[in-house]
Write a protein of this length. Structure first.
Length: 729
């Protein structure tokens, strides 16, 4: 029997209720994972077969940890649970049922980069490059509409108003057609296609309704329309569904997440019971009080008030900085002080920022100060060029129709097949309605390709055919190592003998080790199984808690994590919140939820940092501190620098500005005919600091200039005596 002694009353009520649909409103740090773990164990103890339980999470890491905890409680039954991310679970279903929607079981899964490459090729094919030069934006727009369940024909019929819209619709339509031709799906398709499957094949819907008798959804506030539709169609309105989430942590609307799924759950499942989890086990009273005082400003939320039995702890510490370099330096010094005084290690700290670009100054200073760090969600291992090249080879071997992967490796390593040749082959493939891989066998029919290059293409196809034949005889590990040998990659990188080449070789070796580990853990797994797993790896799944390093990450990447000490940096208007020109109040509410997430990652201490000026888009911007700082109840914040000595040693404003711009070219304003001074020019004044010219008034000796200095401090100065320095842009 499971021992419920470690559960509080709220948790136990949520765990033991299995009579109908339920919504568990789990506040930050309230033991959500514990509830899910015990609930699944309780279901298994009460007659539910493990294969009949579908548990959906948002990261592979969360699924793995949960399964290990359940195994500890209930034993080997946990191995048979259907548990994983939405994408991995429904990809598994698609592997079985793909032929019902005109795909083969060996379909490729395209990540964001593969998808962008396909969009780029489609734009080029449709000759729309001049109008759709921003491929990333176009790809994001396709993803956005797919997440809203708006398919190409729907878009063209209902949303395409302008000629530009119609052209985008054609790109979208061609993109989907090419995915099908490539026997490939992007991330959105892994959810769209199961919905298509269940809506078009009633017998398959009944098959999976019969298979799954209980549904659990973690991080329910982050589900999008498609994910919620999948749950509703499989579970039916009176089904056994347990949705667990926190509307106050809904931060992914930009990728389709809809907090209304959580707010409307009780309407969609009319017999649903709501179970609040309000006791926080993670944070101090001060951290929780600060977070609660901010999130209460949001209008659209489910009512709850978190409480904790933890100590009051220290107030949040507000650190005012000169600029982003000073901010990074102060964070570095505070980390060292905390380690010295409180015996922390590097891995006890996390530094959060709103956008990835903010990490650069942190990295520069941390390197200089000898602070070991890791960037979570930066250039992930599986997105490095040489790793993606090898994965592309394996994708082609598993699925010869995968044109994007074939294009990627056609001339890697260099084999004399240039862009012009590839273009001619693609044109031939389109004209004859065959795949690019099939075209390689008929390269002698393609006009204007020299005989020497034809032989290169033929030899490349022979190599691919060889490994396609070996696929069923060798494990993924054996196959990939044989491929590396055949391509002579080790020799190639060693001969290049540069630091970059050695790093690439190291990455190839790490990849081989990863494939070997996969084969050891899953002896019966196929190459397709490995490719599916690697396609669905998220940045957070690569985080290694054993490394003694400070974690640098965006606040979005911090979701689901916790640290003893947290720095929330860049707390200025238009940085965090990202912009104060919101088109909808909901956007500001999401930024506030994001700030709430940042605060509630901390167990013991929070430092809030903001800078008076910051380089943005190549210009110095004068920053107003974030409204979120002012929304925190003052009783929870201390405006302190964290070090008594730092106040005494602070430099004067004049010293700071001279030091900051010591490497910036400038000219002294020379007089009435000096053309260096103009509206918009950046200037420096010994007393007022940095500013921007907003107006020039008068002429000659009486000429005046209106300058907006830091903090929107506007001054009207007589040029003759102002001693301005004009900074060269």
């Amino acid at each position: 029997m499971i021992d419920f002694k470690t559960l509080n009353g709220e948790q136990k009520a949520a765990v033991t209720y299995i009579e109908g649909p339920q919504l568990v409103v789990a506040g930050a740090g309230s033991g959500k994972t514990r509830v899910l773990t015990y609930k699944i164990a309780h279901l298994l103890e009460n007659g539910f077969e493990p294969q009949s339980i579908l548990a959906l999470t948002f990261t592979n890491k969360a699924a793995k940890e949960m399964k290990e905890r359940i195994k500890h409680l209930i034993g080997a039954k946990a191995d048979y649970l259907w548990m994983g991310t939405f994408h991995s679970v429904f990809a598994k279903i698609l592997r079985t049922e793909a032929e019902n929607i005109n795909f083969s079981k060996n379909f490729s899964i395209y990540d964001t980069e593969d998808s962008k490459s396909l969009v780029s090729n489609v734009i080029e094919e449709l000759k729309l490059g001049d109008e759709f030069g921003n491929v990333g934006h176009t790809r994001h727009k396709i993803s956005y509409f797919k997440n809203l369940l708006v398919l190409p024909n729907d878009y063209l019929q209902n949303s395409a108003v302008t000629p530009q819209d119609i052209k985008f619709g054609e790109i979208y339509k061609r993109y989907q057609e090419q995915l099908l031709a490539n026997n490939a799906m992007d991330f959105e398709d892994l959810l769209l296609k199961p919905l298509e499957l269940f809506e078009s094949k009633r017998n398959l819907l009944q098959k999976y309704r019969k298979k799954f008798s209980y549904f659990l959804i973690d991080e329910f506030q982050d589900t999008n329309i498609i994910q919620y539709e999948l749950i509703k169609i499989l579970a039916t309105k009176d089904g056994l569904v347990c949705a667990v989430g926190d509307d106050a942590q809904s931060i992914y609307s930009w990728r389709g997440a809809d907090v209304r799924n959580m707010l409307n759950f009780s309407k969609d499942f009319s017999k649903a019971q709501t179970f609040p989890l309000q006791k926080n086990y993670r944070s101090t009273k001060n951290i929780l009080g600060a977070a609660d005082s901010v999130i209460k400003k949001n209008l659209n939320q489910l009512e709850k008030t978190l409480y904790t039995d933890n100590p009051a702890g220290e107030p949040l510490i507000l650190v005012k900085c000169t600029d982003e370099k000073d901010e990074a330096l102060q964070i570095a010094k505070l980390i060292k002080e905390e380690i010295y005084h409180n015996k922390f290690s590097f891995n006890n700290f996390a530094v959060f920022y709103r956008t990835n670009a903010q990490s650069r100054s942190m990295e520069d200073i941390f390197l200089r100060e000898g602070i070991a760090y890791i960037i979570i969600g930066g250039i992930e291992f599986y997105k490095r060029k040489e790793v993606k090249d090898m994965i592309a080879y394996l994708k082609v071997i598993a699925n010869p129709k995968d044109e994007e992967s074939l294009l990627r490796v056609m001339n890697f390593p260099q084999r004399g097949i240039g862009v012009t040749t590839i273009g001619k082959m693609v044109t031939f493939a389109r004209r004859h309605n065959i795949t690019l891989f099939e075209t390689m066998a008929r390269v002698f029919e393609v006009i204007d390709i020299k005989e020497r290059i034809q032989k290169h293409v033929k030899n490349f196809k022979v190599l691919l055919d060889k490994f396609m034949n070996l696929k069923s005889e060798l494990s993924a590990s054996e196959l990939s190592r044989a491929l590396v040998d055949e391509l002579q990659l080790v020799q190639m990188f060693k001969e290049e003998n540069t630091i970059e080449a050695m790093e690439r070789l190291d990455n190839i070796e790490q990849l081989m080790s990863a494939i070997t580990e996969f084969n050891v853990s899953r002896a019966d797994a196929t190459l397709e199984d490995y490719l599916q797993e690697v396609s669905l790896v998220a940045g957070i799944d690569m985080k290694n808690d054993k490394n003694n390093v400070v974690s640098l990450m965006t606040v979005h990447s911090s979701k689901g994590l916790e640290f003893p000490v947290v720095f929330v940096s860049g707390l200025e208007e238009e940085v965090f919140p990202l912009s104060n020109r919101f088109s909808e109040e909901a956007s500001l509410e999401e930024e506030r939820r994001l700030f709430y997430v940042a605060l509630t990652r901390a167990r013991q201490k929070v430092f809030l940092t903001h800078a008076r000026s910051r380089y943005r888009f190549g210009e110095v911007a004068y920053q107003n501190r974030s409204r979120f700082i002012d929304e925190i109840d003052p009783q929870f914040v201390s405006e302190d620098y964290g070090s008594a000595g730092r106040r005494a040693n602070r430099k004067s404003k004049k010293e700071i500005y001279y030091e900051y711009f010591e490497n910036v070219d400038y000219v002294d304003f020379k007089g009435k005919n000096d053309v260096s001074l103009h509206v918009g020019a950046r200037v420096m004044h010994e007393t007022f600091g940095l500013g921007k010219v907003s107006q020039i008034i008068g002429a000659g000796d009486s000429k005046k200039v209106s300058v907006v200095f830091e903090g929107n401090n506007t001054k009207l100065l007589m040029l003759k005596v102002a001693k301005l320095k004009v900074l060269n842009n």
